[in-house]
Write a protein that binds this ligand. Structure first.
Ligand code: SF4
Length: 389
């Protein structure tokens, strides 16, 4: 197999590794078809970068061999599956080829573990060094930090990457031990996440790629071992507060043949959506965890957007006056996000907003907002737009 063939062989696994993907909402049928075509050939995802730019991102692995035995993973040790490995030279050359061909303009590089996390991390770093220094690769690089990586390795990876990540897998030691029996929560996963933030805080940014330290993130496997949504969001909030992670990814569990979890049911797809909605409320909408509604068993309502659930409890009897509300109040109204809230505040300089059709012009989903707002003292009657909102 040549290097590009090996990269193609990683496609199945990379579907489970969330990077910066976006859904192609609003994209033309031709764009969707083109992406599907690329994905069929290489593990390429349409990705939204932290700066808002959208690129085709190659998601690949240094090797699909692994000595670990994570119970959900198709590459766990001992499983009869096709394996492939790329040397750092080979991988870097393949990434550059795909970039020159216009197929991928960025790379997310992970790996199975061979000879321990430290040796594996060295190979990942070597690939990134070749990309940056031999090929002067200018594009986005997201590097996975291996369980147990050492501080100087994390530092070096951070000098080369635009983003680094460590998969926590479960929200606590108990969940992790059931998902990935050979990984240790504190030593191998939480400590490197802490070190990333420590490096950002204690070193001048000029030492980093493009003069900015990379952002960090983590990923959880959802729905295999009984963790609750509250567990996941509590841990995510602590990681954001203490280690300044930019975001968490929630990857729905799907059973893989010939693994210990092969007979478990797949996670409900709505669960992942609700977790993301709650995560964004906490990160971008100034909600706190106490404001998110959970069932007595610690789960989000699968049937209802958590922002709508909050609004029905709090805003139905006390709707918000759009002409007086501050930014924090506006973004708590269903159908209004941070950008729309800014537009509303700006427009109020030029007069009162009296008509629901004015809100529609700012992009407000009036179908969602109407029950929770007042316009100049009056609750607007929702009138359907001519076109679907
Ligand atoms: S460390 Fe675990 S999740 Fe990663 S490749 Fe190995 S078995 Fe799979």
């Amino acid at each position: 197999m040549d290097a590009l063939e090996k990269i193609k062989s990683f496609s199945i696994y990379m579907d489970y590794e969330a990077a910066e993907e976006v859904r192609l909402t609003g994209s033309s049928a031709a764009q969707v078809k083109e992406l599907e075509h690329l994905k069929a050939r290489f593990p390429v995802a349409q990705a939204c970068l932290p700066n808002g730019q959208t690129i085709p991102l190659l998601k690949t692995m240094q090797t699909s061999a692994c000595e670990n035995n994570c119970n959900y993973c198709c590459f766990r040790s001992g499983r009869d599956t096709r394996r492939a490995s790329l040397m750092p030279d080979e991988m870097a050359e393949a990434v550059v080829k795909l970039s020159d061909a216009g197929i991928a303009k960025g790379v997310f590089l992970s790996s199975g573990i061979v000879n321990g996390g430290v040796t594996t991390q060295d190979r990942i770093i070597a690939t990134a060094e070749i990309l940056r220094h031999r090929y002067h690769y200018p594009h986005y690089i997201h590097l996975k930090i291996m369980p147990g990586a050492e501080k100087d390795q994390i530092f070096r990876a951070m000098q080369l990457a635009d983003r680094v990540s460590i998969n926590l897998e479960g929200p606590n030691e108990t969940s992790l031990s059931r998902l990935a029996p050979r990984k240790t929560f504190l030593d191998q996963l939480l400590t490197p996440l802490r070190l990333i933030e420590q490096i950002r805080q204690s070193n001048p940014a000029r030492l980093a790629w493009k003069g900015t330290w990379p952002s960090s993130c983590t990923q959880f496997v959802v729905g295999a071992v009984g963790e609750t949504d509250l567990d996941l969001l509590q841990t995510t909030e602590q990681l954001r507060s203490h280690f300044k992670i930019a975001r968490a990814y929630f990857s729905n569990f799907a059973p893989v043949r010939d693994t210990p979890f092969e007979n478990l049911p797949p996670a409900n797809a709505w669960r992942m959506n609700r977790l993301y909605q709650a995560f964004y409320l906490l990160r971008d909408y100034q909600f706190n965890l106490e404001e998110i509604q959970f069932s007595p068993t610690g789960h989000l309502d699968l049937q209802k957007d958590p922002k709508l659930a909050w609004a029905e409890q709090h805003l139905k009897v006390h709707p918000i006056e759009i002409n007086r509300a501050d930014y924090e109040e506006l973004i708590k109204i269903p159908g209004i996000g941070p950008q729309i809230a800014q537009k509303i505040i700006l427009s109020r300089r030029y007069g009162k907003i009296r008509d629901i059709s004015d809100l529609r012009k700012f992009g407000v989903s009036t179908r969602r907002a109407a029950n929770f707002i007042l316009l100049d003292g009056h609750q607007p009657a929702y009138q359907p737009a001519l076109f679907n909102e």
